[in-house]
Write a protein that binds this ligand. Structure first.
Ligand SMILES: NC(=O)CC[C@H](N)C(=O)O
Length: 436
């Protein structure tokens, strides 16, 4: 029998061949044509392989992606029209494209998905990680224009168009990713308005590099605000109990979360643990942070190079030793700088939902969600900083802890969104560090 979700009636398939619908076939109780007033998918012209070729050609608009090394990829435009430059990076997650699109850490970057079919479950209002889309452009092999999922509210191409993000589909993403892996992340230009290869390559070569830019100020909030949203029901059921342990009725720990472009699932986790959360802008000084009288200070993820963010490093130095500190991703890199370490740019970064990390204390391997292009240099860290986690793909630093002050951080994303929940115990460790 059919369950709680409202039945969705779908038109008969006009295109055979591509596996775009991941759900099982409609149950026999659903009829077509539908009775008047029934909930229907609006009629759309499909552009999938297997559709009428002439129809596809008249509907398609070309787009091109040019890299600074002179490579040009031609594909079909989707989403917004225009032209944009950015650092071209790739993400290996099979799902979670909406969380990726709304992760402010992608500010300044054109993101390529290695999974070959993107858009099949649409987008919704629950899976957002910030108030908007900060990435510069989106590159996929095959776009599914007709999502099929009970949570879907909109197809991906409409979402990108409404949010002003240029997408390109039909790109040989394997070739693109190999190029980035071999030669490193590089600047590129994505355009639907200039399709001249030489001109695009010139623009890609003169586009500003990510290194040295402060991209945080574009995505951080303007002023401090409270936070009171918990985890989505679907997520709560799959998250480790430590992270979701309810507030024990005692004093509610007050966390000040310094927002450099924070993913909302972090504050959802903190809130679910029973913390009172105040979010403050990434430019807040130590005095401004401490004026909230926090029990703990959280340093968020965020875009770009940590080194130019001297205001953030100074603020962290002013908080260290006074309050427990927990940092994630950019927050981890900034903590590393504040502790006297150095950061450097990785060749092509870690982005995806399947990065293996060794927890050196427990000797357990955690499968983690990641999105970073910079890393903390292990050799630069002072003796009183213990490296707690390492990446098993390339042995880079994934976590650290100060041996005498209450401060720890991870390079990866324990809040997942999207990705595995292996590391959600870290939120519980922060709570313990705050003495609650
Ligand atoms: N997700 C993040 O916080 C990214 C950190 C930093 N912008 C990097 O790319 O390394």
């Amino acid at each position: 029998m059919f369950h709680a979700c409202p039945p969705i009636l779908r038109p008969p398939r006009s295109c055979a061949g591509t596996a775009v619908h991941m759900t099982s076939p409609a149950p026999p109780s659903i009829i077509w044509p539908a009775p008047a007033g029934a909930l229907l998918f609006p009629p759309r012209i499909t552009l999938r392989a297997g559709c009428d070729k002439a129809q596809r050609r008249t509907m398609e608009k070309n787009a091109k992606l040019a890299l600074a090394d002179g490579t040009v990829f031609t594909g079909v435009a989707f989403g917004a029209e225009g032209e944009i430059s950015g650092e071209v990076v790739f993400n290996t997650s099979m799902t979670g494209y909406q969380e990726i699109l709304t992760d402010p850490s992608y500010n300044g970057q054109i993101v390529t998905m290695t999974y070959p079919l993107i858009g099949n479950y649409g987008v919704n209002r629950q899976d957002v990680e910030s108030k908007g889309l900060s990435l510069r452009g989106f590159v996929v092999k095959e776009l599914c224009r007709e999502p099929s999922n009970f949570r879907s509210e909109q197809p991906l191409q409409d979402y990108l168009r409404e949010n002003g993000i240029i997408g390109i589909e039909g790109v040989d993403t394997r070739a693109l990713v190999r190029r980035i892996r071999v030669h490193g992340a590089m600047t590129g230009v994505l355009s639907t308005i200039d399709l001249d290869d030489a001109s695009l390559i010139r623009k890609a070569r003169s586009a500003p590099a990510l290194v040295g830019q402060d991209l945080v100020r574009e995505v951080m909030p303007e002023k401090a605000a409270g936070w009171n949203q918990g985890l989505d029901e679907l997520v709560r059921h799959t998250t480790a109990p430590a992270a979701c342990e309810p507030h024990n009725g005692g004093k509610q720990p007050h966390v000040v979360a310094v927002d450099y472009g924070m993913k909302w699932n972090i504050t959802r986790h903190l809130s679910d643990m029973g913390c009172k959360v105040t979010v403050v802008p990434g430019t807040s000084t130590a005095d401004e942070i401490l004026a909230h009288n926090p029990d703990g200070v959280f340093l968020s993820n965020g875009p770009g190079d940590p080194e130019p963010l001297t205001y953030a490093v100074d603020a962290i130095k002013g908080v260290l030793g006074k309050k427990p500190v927990f940092g994630i991703c950019l927050g981890h890199q900034l903590l590393g700088l504040a502790l006297g370490g150095k950061t450097y740019k990785l060749k092509f970064g870690h982005r995806g939902g399947n990065q293996p990390v060794l927890n050196k204390r427990t000797k357990k391997v955690e499968i983690t969600s990641q999105n970073h292009g910079f890393a903390v240099d292990a050799d630069s860290l002072p003796k009183d900083v213990e490296i707690t986690h390492i990446n098993l793909n390339d042995n880079t630093v994934e976590g650290m802890r100060h041996t005498s002050m209450p401060a720890f951080s991870v390079q990866y994303h324990p809040e997942a969104a999207a990705g595995p929940h292996d590391s959600s115990y870290l939120f519980g460790e922060f709570r313990k560090m705050m003495g609650h």
